[in-house]
Design a protein around this ligand. Structure first.
Ligand code: DC
Length: 210
């Protein structure tokens, strides 16, 4: 079973995807972390994220042991990830690894921007998780403050809006709901209610298939 969860930054898809994976006993892959790893690789090499050669090299030599590195979660890494993610060569370098992960038993939940449209177009269920930019910026701001970053709400909001526009307007695998995705707006939902809604959508979709 493969479940695709796409959506803009800080929409709650990561928390939901992790909980959904646990619920169904599936593997979980946060594909955004892979782009963040590429970005951090470029920054650590002293480069700029718009350097396509450095970014492609970093994507071809990703070290899975860095998947949980705290540096991936900074605002700088998120902004740089959105830039490297626009390069087709970067996306091509990590596409097979994402597909192999999805196909490995017992199946997986993948979250990202293009899972339902490009990485796993045949996923059993696709969810597109969104929320208003105010709500998303609030969540991301709280997360960054808890990590010790000194950043204002306005800055976080501006960064999110810019990143969403970049992710949605690029040519390579832009952020957009798959035609057959189920939409879930989490703006007014607690994590618990959003989880219950996601499970209800997924169970209904799976029942329909059988
Ligand atoms: O989900 P995130 O905020 O960790 O993602 C960081 C960036 O990576 C995001 O701005 C765009 C890019 N990304 C992507 O292009 N495709 C994906 N499947 C996941 C993330």
């Amino acid at each position: 079973m493969i479940i695709a969860m796409d959506g803009p930054a800080a929409s709650g898809k990561g928390t939901l995807a992790r909980a959904v994976a646990r619920h169904y006993g599936l593997n979980y892959l946060d594909t955004g972390s892979m782009y963040r790893m590429v970005a951090v690789g470029v920054l650590r090499a002293g480069g700029k994220p718009d350097d396509v050669q450095l970014a492609t090299h970093a994507a071809l030599t990703l070290d899975p042991s860095e998947y949980d590195d705290a540096d991936l979660r900074t605002a700088e890494a998120g902004a740089a990830a959105s830039i490297v993610a626009a390069f087709p060569t970067v996306r091509a370098a990590i596409l097979d690894a994402q597909r192999d992960f999805a196909l490995a038993p017992p199946g997986a939940v993948l979250d990202g921007r293009d899972i339902g449209t490009v990485v796993c177009p045949d996923a059993d269920v696709k969810l597109y998780v969104s929320a208003s930019s105010q709500v998303r910026a609030n969540r991301r701001h709280a997360e960054l403050l808890a990590r010790g970053e000194d950043i204002s709400f306005d800055q976080v909001h501006a960064d999110l809006v810019k990143r969403d526009a970049q992710d949605a307007n690029r040519k390579a695998s832009p952020l957009k709901p798959a035609e057959d995705a189920h939409l879930l707006d989490t703006s007014d939902l607690s994590i618990e209610t959003a989880f219950e809604c996601a499970i209800a959508i997924i169970d209904a979709a799976l029942n329909k298939k059988t």
